[in-house]
Design a protein around this ligand. Structure first.
Ligand SMILES: [Zn+2]
Ligand SMILES: [Zn+2]
Length: 282
């Protein structure tokens, strides 16, 4: 495994305070390596084209089984077991074990968590049950991401050919939590990354991803000396910001999101809000 781990280690050397979050992220991906994801039948995504053009997310198009709920549930149930085999700090490991016990004792838990994540609903209920809500959300998102990835290539090809005009995810309706500037044949394009399923889709370069603001003077870019490949784009209209990756690497963007918590802290201090993600506590 690879570059991803090596790259993570380089990142971590400079950022020891993030070690446990990164470990968790990588551990989850390790579990995925052992998860069967190749059992999905090929689907004819083209039949959903008309509805997609009207703004219906792929996951909501009838007859187009882009998302396997059962697979997502299975992945969700497997995730807490990583606590057993990785050396996480005690508190985090215990939070995972709590979720593990809860998932065994409560038949509908996995499905409920996945549905809440897909519908952007509050995870407060889980907090009330004594669970670490940030962790439950992370597990739910990872499970969704994995279940959708089984059709990743088909979806990627479809999105490349069929433009999407909403600011929420074309696959699951999720809120974007990061942006990427990528070089293409026609210069640099901006992509949004879904915080729920990690799908990427193109957007207008000067436009707030969270409100209708498309006035250049109201969108500001802040760069950081310490992070050459990351900047934040802030919107004066809705006071939100999005982290934007501007480097050339194609490594896991979710990891960059995790590994740049210090940027979130800096942005917060200037009065802007991060949208679409729950804070992960230990
Ligand atoms: Zn999505
Ligand atoms: Zn805005």
């Amino acid at each position: 495994m690879s570059n991803l781990r090596e790259l993570a280690e380089n990142w971590l050397e400079k950022r020891p305070f993030l070690k446990e979050y990164m470990e968790l992220h990588l551990a989850i991906d390790d579990v995925f390596l052992n998860t069967q994801v190749d059992e999905v039948v090929s689907r004819s995504i083209k039949q959903g084209k008309e509805e997609f053009e009207k703004g219906v997310e792929l996951i909501n198009i009838k007859g187009l089984e882009i998302f396997e709920a059962e697979l997502a549930e299975r992945v969700f149930r497997e995730l807490p077991s990583i606590a057993e085999s990785y050396d996480f700090p005690e508190k985090l490991a215990n939070s995972m074990k709590d979720i593990g016990r809860y998932v065994v004792a409560n038949e509908g838990f996995a499905r409920a968590a996945i549905e809440k994540a897909l519908n952007q609903e509050s995870f407060e209920d889980f907090e009330k049950q004594g669970l670490n809500a940030g962790l439950v959300l992370l597990f739910a998102q990872k499970a969704i991401e994995k279940a959708i990835q089984t059709a990743g290539k088909t979806i990627g090809d479809f999105l490349a050919e069929n433009p999407w005009h909403k600011k929420t995810c074309p696959v699951c309706g999720g809120i974007p939590t990061m942006a990427i500037l990528r070089k293409g044949a026609r210069g640099r394009s901006k992509y949004l990354v879904c915080g729920t399923c990690r799908t990427e889709w193109t957007m207008n370069r000067i436009e707030c991803p969270y409100c209708d603001n498309d006035k250049q003077e109201n969108i500001r870019i802040t760069e950081f000396d310490a992070e050459k490949d990351l900047r934040i784009d802030t919107c004066d209209a809705c006071k939100s910001y999005i982290k934007t990756y501007t480097g050339n690497s194609v490594d896991d963007i979710a990891m960059r999101d995790f590994a740049s918590i210090h940027i979130d802290i800096a942005a917060k201090q200037t009065g802007f809000n991060k949208v679409g993600s729950l804070e992960l506590k230990d």
